[in-house]
Design a protein around this ligand. Structure first.
Ligand SMILES: Nc1ncnc2c1ncn2[C@@H]1O[C@H](COP(=O)(O)OP(=O)(O)O)[C@@H](O)[C@H]1O
Ligand SMILES: O=P(O)(O)OC[C@H]1O[C@H](OP(=O)(O)OP(=O)(O)O)[C@H](O)[C@@H]1O
Length: 184
């Protein structure tokens, strides 16, 4: 069994992380999504995640059930430790991470690959409003969040254009040989 791959997809809120990750999984059968635990009601929509309350989150964190965990937007996020077993089995996993947790993620998973999605502020604003998951205040605080410099070694992909273009560019980077074969 070949080694697994852990691919972090990062970028500002509204840039399209979840949308691109789902499209990548549809286009490339080797890829699968990591389902995060989030202290957000599951009815909120968007990505598929497990909604838990804050007390459960804290309990799981203390019990070492998360490979990575962080707080943002007044919510807590956890990546189940189970991904270690999946990687050992050779899985290629896409995970939506905070840029603030990348240093820790790299020390825990030295082979971590990073895909940074970008788009202009105007595009982000338009997409956050269109998504309709947050209140206006939620949208404004997401737009005003400081934007860290992309980490060294990250692959930068512009998602301002059509989704299929982003997917093509990302797959060319992630699977250079097979994507060349597909497009020829
Ligand atoms: N390339 C794209 N073109 C047009 N709309 C997009 C594109 N990528 C994402 N979107 C839309 O932008 C909104 C935010 O996307 P989402 O995946 O929720 O972003 P994130 O996970 O980064 O916050 C969604 O409504 C989604 O359908
Ligand atoms: O530190 P940052 O890199 O700014 O990221 C902060 C958080 O924002 C995103 O969460 P989530 O997917 O819930 O929010 P979004 O859909 O609004 O991006 C991302 O997955 C992180 O959990």
């Amino acid at each position: 069994m070949s080694a697994g791959r852990l691919i972090a997809v990062v970028g500002p809120s509204g840039v399209g992380k979840d949308t691109v990750m789902e499209a990548l999984c549809r286009a490339e059968p080797r890829l699968s999504l990591v389902r995060r635990m989030i202290t957000r009601p599951e009815e909120a929509g968007g990505e598929r995640f497990n909604g838990i309350d804050e007390e459960t989150f804290r309990m799981m964190e203390r019990a070492g059930e998360f490979a990575l965990s962080w707080g943002a937007h007044g919510l807590f996020y956890g990546v189940p430790r189970m991904i270690e077993a999946d990687l050992a089995r050779g899985a290629h996993l896409l995970v939506n991470l905070s840029r603030g947790v990348l240093g820790e993620a790299r020390s825990r998973f030295p082979d971590l690959e990073i895909l940074t999605l970008t788009a202009s502020r105007a595009v982000l604003e338009e997409r956050l409003i269109a998504r309709g998951r947050e209140s206006w205040a939620g949208v404004a605080s997401r737009l005003d969040r400081p934007q860290p410099i992309p980490p060294e070694g990250a692959v930068l992909i512009d998602n301002s254009g059509p989704l299929d273009k982003t997917v093509r560019m990302a797959l060319e980077q992630l699977y250079p040989v097979s994507s060349t074969r597909l497009s020829s």
